[in-house]
Design a protein around this ligand. Structure first.
Ligand code: SF4
Length: 388
């Protein structure tokens, strides 16, 4: 989502002088914010004459904190950063209403990338107890269908064969995730591969399963925002799915496309989580056969209900994260082994690497044109990647 918005800002700001540096921030965890501030200081140190403009969620949530940094010259909110005039203006601080309708200019270039991100949705109507996204992005809003199709056509025109539909809660796209996917693939046949950002498992119903069955362009890799594998912890998180729902969803999708694989977001050490409840998360990874894990130790976010709950010590949160990551590595390694000898279709990236349909990295033993889709046979495994 931020990658897409940065591409939009790059396009809007193409006439802005080179000595302006825009830092597009994230506030999903304390660590993310720490890295933003570290980056701001480093950039100013390396470019003392540059004008530093801080934008994005961290700026939207706490403009004073960034405006008071000596390295920072301007602070813009999530809506203002996508406005050409405001981006180019000298306004010191503009952080306004995030409930404005989603209206984005067409972009056609992602520096150095061969997959295009398409932000179709923004904001969120849910109230997960650990999350600040909805404070930074507002309520659920969607890009109008005709604008989505126009953007997809522009990407196809620019030579992209793979797009990733993204948003804060993309599965809740107001005009229907299944409907917009069919629209794009039916109206823009040059798009051969379509993926999604993180998907809320509670929002994926039988029509999504039929879509996956009938549209081979929908890539067989789904990243689910599961967060935990224990039902009481899921309840305390304010999530709308149970561990049984996740197992049922993964079984239904595998029943229509046996090659489907799943990634998942997990938070370890959520307030009140016991070791036993954490073990339920590990069991879910195995029961649902999850292979691409993104694991974060719980991070208190200001103003969220979970920050007021009884906290698990940080050391314990980190230990559980390490434990879960190593389980994820094992599951991923087993999947790599299973791919040996198979013929796979690979989207070629710039560095002699590429991506399979089920989102595995491939080291290509021949030079291919970046952006092309090529068929190779998996001959080996090296550095957590396939050799094709
Ligand atoms: S669904 Fe996602 S964006 Fe929405 S409140 Fe929950 S974690 Fe935050």
């Amino acid at each position: 989502m931020n990658t897409f918005e940065s591409a939009v800002m790059a396009r809007l700001g193409k006439d802005i002088p080179d000595d302006v540096i825009v830092v597009n921030t994230c506030a999903v965890t304390g660590e993310a914010e720490r890295q933003c501030r570290q980056t701001i200081r480093k950039l100013k140190r390396e470019n003392p004459k540059a004008t530093v403009v801080v934008v994005g969620c961290a700026a939207q949530l706490n403009p004073e904190k960034y405006a008071s940094m000596p390295e920072v010259d301007r602070v813009l909110g999530n809506h203002e950063k996508l406005n050409k005039e405001i981006l180019a203006s000298a306004q010191k601080k503009m952080v306004g209403d995030i409930e404005q309708p989603l209206d984005l200019p067409i972009v056609s270039d992602f520096e150095g990338r061969n997959r295009a991100f398409l932000q179709i949705q923004q904001g969120c109507d849910h109230q997960c107890t650990f999350c600040v996204v909805r404070f930074a992005r507002g309520h659920n809003k969607g890009l109008p269908v005709d604008q989505v199709i126009e953007q997809a056509k522009a990407f196809a025109q620019a030579g992209f064969q793979e797009i990733v539909l993204t948003g804060a809660d993309v599965a809740s796209y107001p005009h229907g995730l299944v409907e917009i996917t069919k629209c794009i693939l039916d109206e823009v046949p040059a798009i051969k591969r379509l993926r999604y950002g993180s998907l809320d498992p509670a929002a994926l119903k039988d029509d999504f399963v039929s879509l996956v069955k009938n549209y081979p362009q929908v890539m067989p890799h789904f990243h689910l925002s599961i967060q935990a594998g224990d039902n009481l912890i899921l309840k305390r998180m304010g999530r709308r799915h149970s561990r049984e729902d996740v197992i049922e969803l993964t079984q239904k999708l595998r029943a229509v496309r046996s090659e489907v694989v799943f990634g998942a977001d997990f938070i370890t050490g959520f307030p009140t989580e016991t070791q036993e409840q954490f073990e339920n998360t590990k069991k879910l990874v195995e029961e649902a056969g999850l292979t691409h894990l993104h694991v974060f130790p719980y991070s208190e976010r200001p103003g969220t209900p979970a920050a007021k709950m009884s906290q698990v010590p940080m050391q314990e949160r980190r230990a559980r994260a390490a434990d879960l990551r190593s389980l994820g590595d094992k599951m991923y390694a087993m999947l790599l082994k299973k791919m040996l000898g198979q013929n796979v279709s690979v989207l070629v990236e710039n560095d002699g690497m590429g991506w399979t349909e089920n989102y595995l990295h491939v080291i290509l033993s021949k030079n291919y044109v970046p952006g092309k889709i090529v068929d190779v046979t998996v001959k080996g495994i090296k550095d957590h990647a396939l050799v094709g």
